[in-house]
Design a protein around this ligand. Structure first.
Ligand code: NOJ
Ligand code: CA
Length: 702
């Protein structure tokens, strides 16, 4: 490694410089950048002297001009940055952003082209992006392909989901490069309206593990004005390369110069806990763009939502008839089907429940016109976002909720008609504000309209940013489902509280999630931002959800409590029905108590796909909360409390699997007990197969 001692060095355009190299602040990561014989920029990354990424190509293929080869390295800039920032909400009150930066300036001739590669090397990983400055021979670039490669040196283990332009609602596979093709061949095309990418393609965020025990989380940060990244995998060569969803002309992105691409990110450590703790993706996003953030409030919520999943007899739709039927134009003329939970009396019951239990909000899915045409008739994908069904009294509900200090949460299912949503957006947000709604859950189920676009395409990335920015103008918080996978933009737009963008808890009612699923999501999907996973499932019998089915959801009841810690989100649902919570009031107490915003987080134990134990400190008190989960296997979590301040005593309220609990046949068996602990304590918590444990620590010094 050649130490870089200069802060800025330029050479004449004709003079090619030697390779550049830079270390992370502590020196554990080393990045090398060079230009090969073809003039293609290449980079490699090593961790504690071991190769992580071996020499890999970089470059962009424009339709008009190429930025992929013929380059000479003409100059570099370096900088060391050590700063910190305070997120509006999150896992930490303060985030340190400490890195060494290397900007590599490249020039190619015939015609003249300029490109800068910007690398930031942190102690926990690497981020890099392409920057195309203004230049005479490229005013804009029609991007056909991004050539970014990630070459690995062995048959590592991958934790990934199949590449699809439209959905990420898959279970993860744990598979080596050498087995990936077989696994993907079996899993392609599972979703009716999604388009699987051709070839051996996976999605980010994904995780690799080397046989030496190095973990590498691969994703992107600050996805703006560009399609989301998938990865082509050349299995025999252990190589991945960027794969961008093309539009119907084969174009990936239309770029107006000057432009920066999103950051490509690699979080690297030989300790799995560091992958979970890493804030690298957030650090690579722009600071908050919203000046007054006082209206952004993390929250817990309940909703009529889960009623539609129990037995599948309740409907989002008000009627079983279709507005699209010839001659029918007015919903109030349609007969109610009597199975519509988003009605005034029922929503009032949820408001009462929320108010009694200190839950902040109630989500009202199925309140607006349009569901009949989409759910039953499948012809019309137009919802009206300012027109309530006849049995949903907007005015009385507003008054009822306000009087009880409960917020109503709006729902905008677009059925992927994003174009129409944009047309209605201002009306929809004005309607929300007029009627007291400060948060909305959006949804994009199905194939995108306009038709040639995809959930991962540049058009949709632009659409969602537009929605978030307009929402911020109206002081509205957003929880988006089926949007492009998050890339840390919640730092820049903290009104974007949560996203789904993965296979959520709802699949417990639609096919089940194995316990390991929530042991891999924090290493993958959550690296982009919080997930609206919808924990809190107390009724786990599959027959409750699907007539004729036997068996259980992939969880114990105590594990559902732990998910509030292991799946952190500033917008956290208690998904089950009030009547199911009323059967287990002592366990529900944990959901009432658990915060959704943290001043500190300590990952105590972690192994992807197997187990996670995390402790978090409430942002608004001195209480700590701990969550521990395991996979299919029983496990003893060893919870070392040495992070507590010395000399202070805490009462631990422990919610745990009973001795005979098992997700398969005894999931609702739990105990609640208390113990006095301090910083010298080590709790040994037995977790049942598919189980978990949740603990509240309250200071008790006197
Ligand atoms: C899919 C979402 O993930 C789910 O939460 C929602 O209830 C349905 N779409 C209907 O909008
Ligand atoms: Ca979904």
């Amino acid at each position: 490694m050649r130490p870089i001692t200069f802060s800025s060095l330029f050479a004449a355009a004709t003079l090619s410089m030697a390779a550049a190299s830079i270390n992370s602040p502590s020196g554990n990561l080393t990045l090398d950048v060079d230009v090969n014989a073809a003039g293609t920029p290449v980079y490699s990354l090593a961790y504690k002297g071991k190769p992580v990424v071996t020499e890999s190509a970089l470059g962009l293929e424009g339709k008009e001009v190429s930025f992929a080869s013929g380059f000479a390295l003409t100059g570099t800039d370096t900088a060391t940055v050590d700063r910190s920032w305070q997120p509006v909400w999150g896992e930490y009150a303060t985030v340190r952003d400490h890195f060494r930066e290397l900007a590599v300036h490249l020039h190619a001739s015939d015609p003249d082209r300029y490109l800068t590669l910007r690398f930031r090397v942190f102690d926990d990983g690497l981020g890099f992006r392409y920057e195309m400055p203004m230049q005479d021979n490229a005013n804009y670039v029609t991007l056909m392909k991004e050539n970014t490669q990630f070459r690995f040196d062995a048959d590592h283990t991958l934790f990934c989901i199949p590449g699809d332009y439209d959905t990420d609602e898959f279970l993860f596979s744990e598979v080596r490069f050498s087995g990936l093709e077989d696994v993907l061949a079996k899993r392609r095309g599972r979703h009716s309206e999604s388009q699987a990418a051709e070839g051996t393609v996976i999605q980010t965020p994904m995780l690799l593990k080397t046989d030496d025990g190095i973990y590498i989380s691969l994703h992107e940060a600050a996805l703006v004005g560009y399609p989301a990244m998938l990865l082509d995998v050349d299995c025999p060569a252990h190589t991945m390369s960027a794969h961008l969803a093309p539009d119907r002309l084969g174009v990936s992105a239309y770029l107006q110069l000057p432009v920066n691409t999103p950051w490509r990110t690699l979080i690297v450590s030989d300790d799995a806990r560091d992958i979970l703790a890493s804030q690298l993706v957030l650090n690579l996003n722009e600071p908050c763009k919203i000046e007054d953030t006082s209206w952004i409030k993390p929250m817990k919520f309940v909703g009529v939502w889960w009623e539609m999943f129990t037995g599948h007899v309740k409907t989002w739709a008000y009627s079983d008839h279709y507005r699209a039927k010839p001659g029918v134009t007015d919903y109030s003329a349609l007969p109610s089907n009597g199975r519509h939970p988003a009605n005034t009396a029922n929503v009032m019951k949820y408001i009462d429940f929320a108010s009694k239990h200190g839950i902040d909000g109630v989500l009202v899915e199925g309140w607006n016109e349009g569901w009949e045409d989409w759910c039953s008739y499948r012809k019309n994908r137009q919802f009206l976002f300012d027109k309530a069904y006849p049995d949903f009294d907007v005015d009385s509900l507003r008054r009822y909720a306000e009087a009880r200090g409960v917020q109503l949460i709006m729902h905008h299912e677009t059925a992927a008609n994003a174009a129409d949503y944009e047309r209605q957006l201002d009306r929809a947000f004005s309607f929300m504000k007029q009627n007291g709604y400060n948060a909305v859950k959006t949804g994009y189920v199905g194939a995108i309209i306009p038709r040639s676009e995809h959930h991962t395409s540049q058009w949709m990335v632009d659409h969602v940013k537009h929605v978030i920015e307009r929402a911020a103008d109206y002081q509205i918080m957003v929880d988006s489902h089926e949007a492009p996978r998050p890339t840390g933009l919640c730092r820049t737009y903290p009104n974007w509280l949560a996203q789904e963008s993965a296979r959520g808890g709802e699949y417990e009612a639609m096919g089940t999630n194995p316990p390991s699923h929530t042991c891999i999501l924090p290493f993958t999907r959550l690296k982009g931002g919080p997930m609206d996973y919808t924990p809190g499932l107390f009724e786990t019998r599959l027959s409750y959800y699907n007539e004729g089915k036997t068996g259980q959801a992939g969880t114990t009841l105590a594990r559902q409590l732990a998910l509030y810690l292991t799946m952190p989100s500033p917008m956290q649902m208690a998904c089950d029905l009030p009547e199911n919570y009323e059967r287990f009031p002592d366990a529900f107490k944990f959901i009432e108590d658990v915060p959704v915003d943290w001043s500190d987080s300590r990952y105590l134990e972690a192994e992807p796909n197997h187990y996670i134990t995390v402790a978090r400190q409430d942002k608004h008190s001195n209480d700590w909360y701990i969550g521990a989960i395991t996979d299919d296997n029983a496990r003893e979590a060893v919870i070392d409390l040495s992070f507590l301040p010395k000399g202070r005593k805490y009462e631990a309220t422990i919610y745990e699997d009973a001795k005979n609990a098992h997700w398969k046949n005894n999931p609702q068996a739990y105990n609640i007990r208390t113990a006095m602990v301090d910083s010298r304590s080590k709790l040994r918590q037995r977790l049942a197969p598919g189980g978990g444990s949740a603990i509240r620590l309250t200071p008790k010094d006197n």
